[in-house]
Design a protein around this ligand. Structure first.
Ligand code: SF4
Length: 362
């Protein structure tokens, strides 16, 4: 792809609310001055969200790491007989989800493709039970890849599977499993899980059923800049069709303990530029997250100046996926510290729920 873009022409399109082209995206990544890209993303973020920076009070559970999909970037999955395999029983999930203090707003659950747990038969009664015991908590459950796995095992359509999960109490799907939505990349890093078309179709059907979803991009491994841009365009096109994505979360690749460790850690400049380019390319998605569990709180503060308007949140946290991949961030940072970090960065800390309804401060 040859970039025929100029920064001024891109800025004009951004201010007019027009979608940027693939060439614009590549130019912003590869050629445009770093600070100018950040400034333009900040302008758009401010026009969209004012001086708000959102956080959420949530609990995070990885309920099983048993998985045979063998994604090359994954440091989390284990085979059943490995000592590090960990599968929670329904009782443990309920106990952890309902343990005091349970005055949180979102329960976020992600796991492996576990033949014994990742099924509609396990989760539909589990969701009903969660909904009954903690009705004030919104349930953000599963990635599109997990939904694809469950529906294939059940031999049902995405529509049927998602409708049953929604009727049991599922509020939203998580954005993971997207990695890079380009076949060449998936063939290398995750050939055994949902394809590009399948991942997008799960979200399309979810949106049609009134289930909102988030979306992600795992960057910093085998992909090219052009493929990152292709990924962003695929998300933007689905959003133009359905309007069902609430938030985009760029996820930096972490190299410890997996088969892609040769690619190393992403740099801070790449992280910030990726937030900014995402903000500018995804003009039709309202929220961009600087996921502090991935970057650390200091980078997340900077991300708020490069186009992000959300830093996630997470107290009472058991997020294991990034920890297995080498993350050393303190994952139990109290909410007051997150609010202080947002305010120090110059923004109004704003507690939200899963659907971005503003809540009273914690
Ligand atoms: S990324 Fe998910 S699907 Fe892939 S191996 Fe890890 S747990 Fe399994």
């Amino acid at each position: 792809m040859v970039a025929h873009s100029s920064f001024d022409a891109i800025a004009e399109k951004v201010r007019a609310g027009e979608p940027l082209s693939r060439a614009d995206g590549v130019f912003l990544y590869a050629d445009a001055p770093f600070h100018a890209v950040g400034k333009l993303a900040h302008e758009l973020r401010t026009a969209r969200n004012g001086d708000r920076a959102y956080y959420v009070v949530k609990r995070y559970l990885n309920t099983t790491n048993v998985c045979y999909a063998a994604c090359k970037f994954c440091s989390f999955a284990a085979h059943e007989k490995e000592p590090r395999a960990a599968r929670m029983s329904l009782e443990t999930i309920l106990e952890k989800a309902c343990a005091p203090p349970d005055d949180y707003d979102e329960l976020h659950i992600v796991g492996g493709h576990d033949p014994k747990q990742t099924s509609l038969a396990f989760w539909i009664p589990a969701i009903r039970e969660l909904h009954a015991r903690i009705p004030h908590v919104q349930l953000a459950l599963f990635t599109a890849a997990e939904i694809d796995y469950m529906c294939k095992r059940e031999r049902c359509s995405y529509e049927d599977g998602l409708r049953r999960l929604r009727d049991a109490g599922l509020t939203s799907l998580n954005g993971g499993g997207a990695e890079i939505l380009v076949k060449r990349v998936r063939d290398i890093i995750c050939p055994h899980k949902a394809s590009v078309e399948e991942w997008l179709e799960v979200h399309r059907v979810a949106h049609r059923l009134g289930i909102m979803t988030n979306c992600t991009m795992l960057y910093g491994h085998v992909e090219t800049i052009e493929e990152r841009v292709e990924h962003l365009v695929a998300l933007r096109e689905l959003q133009a069709e359905t309007g069902g994505f609430k938030c985009f979360v760029p996820l930096a690749f972490h190299p410890d303990g997996n088969d892609l460790s040769e690619y190393g850690w992403t740099g801070g400049i790449d992280d910030l530029r990726t937030i900014a380019v995402s903000r500018l390319m995804l003009h039709n998605i309202d929220h961009i997250k600087a996921y502090w569990i991935s970057y650390g709180i200091k980078m997340a503060q900077l991300g708020l100046h490069f186009g992000a308007d959300d830093i996630d949140g997470t107290v009472h946290n058991e997020q294991q996926i990034y920890r297995d991949a080498g993350s050393t961030t303190d994952q139990s940072t109290p909410i007051l510290e997150l609010r202080r970090a947002i305010e120090e960065a110059g923004f109004a800390s704003t507690r939200r729920n899963l659907l971005y309804r503003v809540l009273e401060p914690a």
